[in-house]
Design a protein around this ligand. Structure first.
Ligand code: NAG
Ligand code: NAG
Length: 236
C-alpha cells in the first residue's frame, strides 16, 4: 500500500517535470453554433493520439497535449451522426465513418490546422489545400519569434465557385473544395511541370488568398513559425 502510493507519487512527479519541459498544448475551442467533431492526425509515421476524434459542443474547449516533436493536423468534422459504437458519417472531414479518426486524415473539403513542432521551431498554418468547411484560426501563447496568427475567418462556403461547392442532402453549402481536389490539374496541385518555383498562385488559389490572407493556399505558400509556444485552435 505504502509502496504503491510512493510509486504513484514518483510517477506523478516525473510526469509533471517531463510534461513541463517538453509538452505542447493545443487548446481547441468551438465557437461554432453547432457541435463539431475535431479530428487529430499524427503524420510522419508517429503513433496516433488516443484522442484522435471526439465531439465538441458549442462553447466547449478541449486540451490536446501532443507528444514531443509532433507533426500532424487538426480539423473539424461537421454534420456527423454516430451510433453508440462510434460508427456513422460526417458531411465534411469524415474519418471513414468512425468517431475516432485513429489514422484517417479526414475527407476533404475541410479547413486544416497544420503543425510541426519542436524541430526545434514550431511551424504552423491554417491550410486550405484541402478546401474549407468552417472558419479556423491558430494563435500562439508564449514562445519567441514571429508567432503571428494564421487564420481563415471568412466564410468560404458562401464565396465558393460553383465547381468547387459541396452541398449537404438538404442542398445547403457545407464546404468548398480546393481547386486541386476539384480539378486535379497540375497548375492547381503544384505537380509536374508546376513544381517548386514554377508553382504559382492560380486564379482559384488567389480567390482563397484574397478572402484569407494568412492561410496557406498552395504548396509553396508561406507558413508561420514560433518557438516554445502553446497553441489555441479556434473553430468559427
Ligand atoms: C503551455 O501550457 C502549459 C499547461 O497549461 C503550461 O504549463 C506552459 O507553461 C505553457 N507554455 C507556454 C510557453 O505558455
Ligand atoms: C484567370 O484570370 C485571368 C485574368 O483575369 C484570365 O485572363 C484567365 O482567363 C483566367 N483563367 C482561368 C483559368 O480562369
Amino acid at each position: 500500500m505504502a509502496l504503491s502510493f510512493l510509486h504513484l507519487t514518483i510517477v506523478f512527479i516525473s510526469l509533471f517535470f517531463l510534461g513541463g519541459a517538453n509538452a505542447k498544448y493545443f487548446n481547441l475551442v468551438n465557437k461554432c453554433k453547432k457541435t463539431i467533431w475535431p479530428g487529430i492526425y499524427s503524420g510522419a509515421g508517429l503513433s496516433q493520439p488516443y484522442d484522435s476524434g471526439f465531439a465538441l459542443a458549442p462553447g466547449q474547449t478541449y486540451l490536446y497535449e501532443s507528444q514531443y516533436q509532433w507533426t500532424g493536423r487538426i480539423w473539424a468534422r461537421t454534420g456527423c451522426r454516430f451510433d453508440a459504437t462510434g460508427k456513422g458519417k460526417c458531411a465534411t472531414g469524415d474519418c471513414n465513418g468512425l468517431l475516432k479518426c485513429d489514422g484517417y486524415e479526414g475527407t476533404p473539403p475541410m479547413t486544416v490546422a497544420l503543425f510541426s513542432v519542436d524541430t526545434p521551431d514550431d511551424t504552423y498554418s491554417v491550410d486550405l489545400q484541402h478546401g474549407f468547411n468552417v472558419p479556423v484560426s491558430v494563435t500562439t501563447q508564449g514562445g519567441t519569434g514571429q508567432c503571428q496568427p494564421s487564420a481563415c475567418i471568412a466564410n468560404l462556403r458562401r464565396k465558393c465557385p460553383t465547381g468547387q461547392r459541396v452541398l449537404n442532402r438538404k442542398g445547403r453549402p457545407v464546404g468548398c473544395k480546393s481547386a486541386c481536389d476539384a480539378f486535379g490539374d497540375a497548375a492547381n496541385c503544384c505537380t509536374d511541370p508546376f513544381t517548386a518555383w514554377k508553382c504559382n498562385p492560380t486564379n482559384y488559389t488567389k480567390l482563397f488568398k484574397a478572402a484569407c490572407p494568412t492561410a496557406v493556399t498552395f504548396l509553396y505558400d508561406k507558413d508561420f513559425t514560433c518557438k516554445g509556444s502553446n497553441f489555441t485552435v479556434t473553430f468559427c
